[in-house]
Design a protein around this ligand. Structure first.
Ligand code: PLP
Length: 471
């Protein structure tokens, strides 16, 4: 290869890089929310730094993958040690970190749910979802799933089939195994027009009615069998806008699933590892899942590793034999070493107390912001350190996507005032109407840093909706 092909590397200006990006980078593996997209050069704690060195306070931490902060020294060190010791190893051989990590998660789950199970790994959330689909299909012989409207499980073909947005399937042919999508209990915008205080979980009754007679298409009463193998749930909808279901919803749903012999698959890829105030978000809702799928924060985003835990009956080698989901990098030693250190860190401190305390502090401030700007913020809610702020029009209800986009872009300009310091603000937009700021702050944030974050959000509101500041 001639050096002329690589001679621009390290010397390119941001303008030149953008030109190269326009010509050589596929846009398929990313999302282009900003035009032009923003470059960052360095990351530390809960700040990203651009090429000029301007800090951007990050309230979404890589979609909740980096809860312990960017470039966390202890986790970096664990990775460096592994690089020097055993950086590569084919997955057919064992290494201690893999086994210890699996054992830690297996023991944790038997203590939490009283169930024996096993763990296996892969390298991304969607890939682990694929693996879980194989486990479900293998054990039930069925390929149809229930999933929620507003749910997101990734963008491989299998994960797209159980993700509600048709947008992610439209270009890619027929999905014969497309899930049946059930309304999620999104109480601020109840799909049935009910009120949380008086609905008596009407939505669960509606789901149960599908099994009343064979003519509703879900159930063969003669065989006592459903056509559906599993229900894929996010206990708290993530991309859907950090939507928190009401108490009682999941136990009622689980009862129906158990009666119909339908598995419950719990996607913890975004909400797991204390984001929602418990190790697994599902623990907030008093049900035991059959399969748990996880990724993202497992390694604090350091090296791709994802995985799943399944009940012994579904995953024992007798029923799910070697090679069922093998992939070259599945239990890669850099990933398992980083993850093992993450799990150790999670065992050393009471993160349930920490995330709940800091989350409650943050939510109280968001609610105060909502009280002061009711013509801009329609809803605020939170569980642990997963917080939502729904941007609405003057009536406090109609979604305001334009305002959300403007605030997002304004934060990226990098010229807000953090008590005398010039900073930017990194936000993530989610929600059914793309009008929700889904906040996943770093676990390390102090109360003062939370105060500053809320001040920055207020600056965005005042800049982007100057005509709607009065109550
Ligand atoms: C709940 C949930 N499931 C699955 C995925 C897909 O994970 P990945 O992007 O690592 O493929 C995501 C990613 O955002 C997610 O939030």
């Amino acid at each position: 290869m001639s050096t002329a092909i690589t001679d621009f590397i390290s010397a390119a200006s941001e303008e030149e890089l953008l030109e190269l990006e326009q010509k050589y980078c596929s846009w398929g593996d990313t999302v282009h929310y900003l035009d032009p997209p923003k470059f960052f050069e360095r990351a530390e704690g809960h700040y990203l730094y651009d090429r000029e060195g301007t800090p951007y306070l990050d309230l979404q931490m890589w979609y909740s993958a980096a809860s312990f902060g960017y470039a966390n020294p202890r986790l970096n060190q664990a990775l460096k040690d592994q690089v020097d010791k055993l950086p590569q190893l084919a997955c057919q051989y064992l290494h201690a970190e893999k086994v210890e990590l699996a054992a830690a998660i297996g023991r944790l789950n038997s203590s939490k749910f009283g169930l024996d199970g096993r763990v296996q790994f892969n390298v991304g959330g969607a890939q682990a979802i694929e693996d879980s689909l194989k486990i479900v299909r293998n054990s039930t012989g069925k390929s149809l799933m229930f999933a929620f409207m507003g749910g997101y499980h990734g963008r491989t073909l299998g994960a797209s089939a159980i993700t509600s947005s048709y947008r992610y399937r439209r270009r890619f042919g027929h999905f014969s195994d497309r899930a049946h999508f059930v309304p999620f209990p999104y109480c601020f915008r109840c799909p049935y027009g009910k009120k949380r205080e008086t609905c008596e979980l009407y939505c669960v009754d509606q789901f149960a009615k599908n099994f009343e007679t064979e003519y509703k298409s879900f159930w063969d009463p003669k065989a006592g069998e459903s056509e559906f193998a599993a229900f894929y749930v996010e206990p708290v909808q993530a991309t859907g806008g950090y939507v928190i279901p009401p108490a009682g919803y999941f136990p009622a749903l689980k009862k129906i699933l158990e009666e119909r012999n339908i598995l419950l698959v719990d996607d913890e890829i975004q909400m797991g590892f204390y984001r929602a105030g418990k190790f697994w978000a599902i623990e907030n809702f008093d049900v035991a899942p059959d399969i748990i799928v996880f990724g993202k924060a497992l390694t604090n985003g350091l090296n791709p590793l994802s995985g799943l835990w399944a009940r012994e009956e579904l995953i024992s080698p007798e029923v799910f034999p070697p090679g069922s989901t093998h992939s070259t990098f599945s239990s890669n030693p850099l990933g398992t070493a980083a993850a093992l250190e993450v799990v150790r860190m999670m065992a050393e401190e009471d993160f349930e107390e920490l995330t709940r305390r800091k989350g409650a502090y943050f939510l109280a401030q968001l609610r105060e912001l909502q009280r002061r700007y009711p013509k801009v913020i329609g809803d605020t809610d939170g569980i642990g350190l997963a917080l939502r702020m729904e941007m609405c029009r003057e009536d406090g209800y109609e979604p305001d996507r334009d305002l959300t986009d403007r605030m997002f872009a304004e934060g990226m300009k990098g010229d807000l005032d953090a008590r005398g310091r010039k900073v930017g603000l990194v936000l993530d937009v989610g929600g059914y109407y793309k009008n929700v700021f889904t906040l996943a702050p770093c676990f390390d944030m102090t109360e003062e840093e939370i105060d500053i974050s809320v001040e920055l959000l207020e600056q965005l509101i005042r800049r982007c909706a100057p005509d709607r500041l009065s109550r």
